[in-house]
Design a binder for this molecule. Structure first.
Ligand code: ADP
Ligand code: ZN
Length: 724
């Protein structure tokens, strides 16, 4: 028997299987989709078996497979096909596509060993023994109840009795695997759905055996989560499984808690903050068919469920659903659609602020649109006030307008809580010399350093470089370094001066680096231990605190100023999302948005909760400028540690593309990327815009092939990029 094995050959772009002989002792265990170890050029590598044949069709002398890594099938037939789709559509290697679908412990990669967690149990070996003392009898009884007992628990009764019983051979110790996470929780009563919610559930279920994509455009608090849970419950009755994607699960602990209340331990959770061991366990629960519901961040879309009834993508506009930091650069929505065709099940997208692409598809009936214009019990959406910071600056006020301060005082006087958003972490946005104007930049990246006061360091938010702040300018030698711009750290300091008797908790990248820190912050804020939750965009998503009646946005301009065609859309989404955190309970909510661009349309439409107004205006701009959803985009980046190499290659690539693509395709660049240098790598880019380009894939494939063995230059391709 011959096996075709796919191995990872990093740094080489070899993407094909190699044939190996299956030794006689492994023939019975050999299956497509399992992991094996094979000899490869003086090394031993792990790989996936992608095919099996009875006879060798070459005259080479083949080597033998060394061993099987695990007997379980890691890549079932669906995942095998899906990997090919990903590889074809993103032009990434097949092996990288398979690796992206799997938790670390199951990737074919040497040296990754994640052990199963074993626990010691006690079982009865000899029965019918008399002459036991009280404690010993108690232990025996406890074991008899379930046939076994955790040794830990028996030890709680009496450690010495356990020892004696083991020594006498009455008990025996055995080891069994236990899962690291347990989601048991009692099932609570659910709300009866409103008739509107029920209608939505019925609409979706009417097409439960089709690959329809639904877009639920529902204002914040319109009861979407309840709708998802009802759909899932109905499908459970048919024996069907569900995937629920949420933006970043550590921020949506509350959603998980609601699912646990409804479905107890019938769920597995997958997200980046779990340990490798926890991910491994959760993944195997799914693969073994022990749970029917998977909740998770982007990569949960690959959950190896076998009978999917619905795929739900909550907050579908979230940019983290696109993997864009490494290959394959896939979007979870594309994977969801592929799997929905495979399983013939619907996809349900939900958002208060859908992406322009999704809403445009719904407008063209590619997706089935469902609108929910009101909150569950017709609570009003919060009223939004826009404060012009140009005027405030003239009055020499700091980062807090009079209106925001008064609104905060008002909320505190009623014992209500406040959420403040500033989408920039650190103390200041940059440091600069007042004498010569020099700004401190990262030595590895083309980016200003951010001052972090708590550690008195200047840090690069791209590569992590850090250095202590010196008061003396490295250029002119004057003691004139000062900090400019504002980050969350500085706002926290100002809050402590403005409201000395109020308690502030800050939630940003810096305060949430340890495991469980998000959860702790959210829990203690929801228990009322703090008056103010201050943070970056992390505070905008998914949170539900009934006692929050005021949301303040310190500077709405941070996202408006990023050089990206989506900056208005991102700003509009962020403002609507964060505004949706206010007034979710009985009390009416307020929002104060501070901005230097009070007349910007993204801000004006957010003020009126006017999604369709924003959609219409933004669409007309996209049409004029030729951006999505009117045109497709592809970004090609030329990366090199040598400036000349990157520049010359980008010119050559541009010429090649011009020659091979149709004349209707628009080419922007080559130009330098928005951050020109990251971690000492120079970045040039070409942006392609097209409505239809039949030569795109073959041309880009040839391009990759051409540069494959060039060690100085890397070509990076991102189809439908989120950021350019
Ligand atoms: P969304 O996901 O659209 O933001 P949620 O599902 O979180 O909305 O609902 C908003 C709030 O209303 C939540 O606190 C939820 O528990 C409550 N809620 C939703 N549906 C109902 C219902 N049918 N009856 C009572 N309360 C509900
Ligand atoms: Zn850097």
């Amino acid at each position: 028997m011959i096996a075709q094995v796919l191995v990872e050959l990093s740094n080489k772009n070899i993407d094909k299987t190699f044939d190996y002989i299956v030794p006689a002792n492994l023939i019975l265990k050999m299956k497509i989709g399992i992991r094996v170890t094979v000899p490869f050029a003086h090394q031993i590598l792990e790989g996936f078996v992608l095919g099996l044949h009875d006879f060798q069709d070459t005259d080479y002398e083949l080597k033998e497979i060394i061993d099987i890594v695990d007997t379980d099938i890691i890549l079932n037939s669906e995942l095998l096909e899906l990997g090919k789709y990903i590889s074809d559509t993103t032009l990434s290697t097949l092996i990288s596509s398979y690796q992206a679908m799997l938790p670390k412990a199951l990737k074919a990669r040497n040296g990754v060993v994640v052990p199963k967690k074993m626990e010691s149990y006690l079982v009865i070996k000899k029965v019918g023994i008399n002459s036991l003392n009280l404690k010993q009898t108690e232990i025996i009884k406890a074991i008899e109840k379930n046939g076994k007992l955790l040794k830990k628990e028996a030890n709680l009764i009496s450690t010495s009795s356990v020892k004696t019983l083991l020594k006498k051979g009455i008990l025996e110790e055995c080891y069994e695997e236990v899962y690291r996470l347990n989601h048991l929780s009692e099932i609570k009563n659910k709300y009866p759905l409103t008739s509107l919610q029920q209608q939505v559930v019925d609409t979706v279920l009417a097409k439960k055996n089709t690959d329809t994509v639904f877009l639920i455009h529902g204002v914040t608090g319109s009861g979407k989560t309840e709708i998802y849970m009802e759909i899932i419950e109905k499908l459970l009755e048919d024996g069907k499984e569900s995937i629920v994607l949420v933006p970043e699960i550590s921020l949506t602990e509350q959603i998980v808690a609601r699912f646990q209340n409804r479905f107890a331990d019938n769920i597995a959770i997958l997200h980046s903050r779990l340990s490798d061991g926890e991910k491994y366990d959760e993944y195997r629960k799914i693969a073994r068919g022990e749970v029917k519901i998977v909740i998770g961040a982007r990569s949960a879309i690959f959950a190896p469920l076998k009978n999917i009834g619905v795929i739900i993508i909550d907050e579908e506009h979230t940019d983290s659903y696109k993997q864009d930091s490494c290959n394959p650069k896939y979007h979870a929505l594309d994977i969801a659609k592929w799997r929905s065709r495979y399983h013939q099940c619907p996809v349900v997208l939900g958002s208060a602020t859908p992406t322009l692409e999704s809403y445009a598809r719904a407008a063209k009936d590619v997706y089935q649109l469902i609108e929910l214009k009101e909150r569950v019990h017709h609570q009003q959406l919060p009223s939004i006030e826009i404060v012009d910071m140009n005027q405030e600056m003239k009055r020499k006020r700091g980062n807090f307008s009079l209106s925001l301060i008064q609104s905060m005082q008002d909320a505190f006087s009623k014992n209500e809580q406040v959420i403040l958003l500033l989408n920039r972490r650190g103390y200041s946005s940059f440091v600069c010399c007042k004498n010569c104007g020099y700004t401190e930049k990262c030595p590895n990246c083309d980016i200003s350093l951010t001052y972090h006061k708590s550690s008195n360091t200047l840090r690069c938010h791209y590569c992590g470089y850090g250095t202590t702040l010196s008061k003396i300018c490295s250029q002119c030698g004057e003691e004139a370094i000062s900090t400019l711009g504002v980050g969350t750290e500085k706002i926290e300091e100002e809050l402590n001066q403005l409201f000395p008797d109020k308690k502030v908790v800050r939630m940003d990248f810096d305060t949430t680096s340890t495991k469980g820190s998000h959860e702790r912050i959210i829990r203690s804020f929801s228990e009322g231990k703090y008056d103010i939750l201050l943070g970056t965009q992390m505070v905008a998503k998914g949170l539900d605190f009934p006692n929050v009646t005021l949301v303040g946005v310190i500077q709405a301009d941070t996202s408006l100023n990023i050089p990206d065609f989506r900056s208005s859309e991102i700003t509009f989404q962020l403002l609507c999302q964060v505004a949706g955190r206010s007034g979710r309970g009985e009390k009416k909510g307020r929002v104060v948005i501070q901005t230097f661009n009070p007349d910007h349309y993204a801000i004006r439409y957010a003020k009126n909760h006017d999604y369709s107004g924003f959609f219409t205006e933004e669409m007309s701009i996209r049409r004029k400028l030729g951006y999505p959803p009117y045109y497709y985009l592809t970004v090609i980046r030329m990366l090199s540690s040598s400036y000349e190499e990157a520049r010359d290659a980008s010119n050559k690539v541009a010429e090649y593309l011009k020659k091979n693509l149709s004349s209707s395709t628009i080419m922007l660049g080559p130009s330098i990327a928005s951050v020109f240098r990251i971690k000492n790598i120079y970045r040039f880019q070409i942006v392609l815009k097209y409505k239809r380009e039949d030569n795109l894939y073959p041309t880009l494939k040839n391009l990759l092939e051409h540069y494959k063995s060039n060690s100085k230059l890397k070509i990076d391709i991102d189809f439908n990029p989120i950021h350019i």
